[in-house]
Design a protein around this ligand. Structure first.
Ligand SMILES: CC(C)(COP(=O)(O)OP(=O)(O)OC[C@H]1O[C@@H](n2cnc3c(N)ncnc32)[C@H](O)[C@@H]1OP(=O)(O)O)[C@@H](O)C(=O)NCCC(=O)NCCS
Length: 165
């Protein structure tokens, strides 16, 4: 398999992200852009998000092919805490790609962004996501009741995994 790398997202990634996120099998991932234009508009604000240290969003590349995203949301009140989130093109699932991408993003989080705690939240049924957190060495801290929003817009329980420095 080609090398897995991450870089900041570009506005020109919009078409590919729209394609990946339009997959109806993304049953645990609520972000669905309405159009490529909509996705472009969202991507345009990334430099602002980095400047105010609220979000650091990266494109995951397999060789030079765009395969997904890994991002870090910084807690607005506790800037030392970040939450990692991710998605990957279904054609690339189960090859260890997101495990590698999370490790790369985590390095940015701890070394560059200055975090001392990184969290990963997922619905208990999202076994692939839970496995990524476990393989990356995150510790299960508990079950948060009605903590995240599902694709149906309703609040869902979430497993909390974390790694601290
Ligand atoms: C979650 C996601 C990013 C994982 O990416 P990935 O590159 O396939 O992950 P990895 O290959 O690194 O690891 C996934 C692991 O879960 C395992 N897995 C996948 N589906 C599983 C299931 N239903 N039950 C148990 N294990 C499962 C895989 O076998 C693999 O483990 P292994 O390496 O021991 O074989 C990808 O499935 C995805 O994009 N899902 C849709 C979006 C999403 O749910 N994002 C996360 C929101 S919290």
């Amino acid at each position: 398999m080609s090398k897995i790398t991450i870089r900041y997202q570009k506005v020109s990634d919009a078409k590919r992200f729209y394609e990946i996120l339009s997959n109806p099998n993304f049953i645990y991932f609520p972000a669905k852009p309405k159009s490529v234009e909509d996705e472009k508009k969202w991507l345009q604000d990334n430099p602002k998000r980095r400047k105010n240290n609220s979000e650091w969003n990266y494109t995951v590349l397999c060789g030079n092919q765009i395969v997904g995203t890994v991002g870090i949301k910084v807690n607005p009140r506790r800037k030392y805490i970040g939450e990692i989130g991710y998605f990957l093109d279904e054609n690339f699932w189960g090859k260890g790609i997101m495990t590698k991408a999370v490790r790369l993003a985590e390095k940015e989080g701890f070394k560059k962004i200055g975090l001392t705690r990184i969290e990963i939240l997922m619905q208990p049924k999202n076994k692939a996501s839970e496995k990524v957190a476990i393989k990356c060495g995150y510790t299960k801290e508990g079950l948060l009741k009605k903590a995240i929003v599902g694709t149906d817009g309703k609040k869902k329980d979430a497993l909390l995994y974390a790694k601290v420095l």
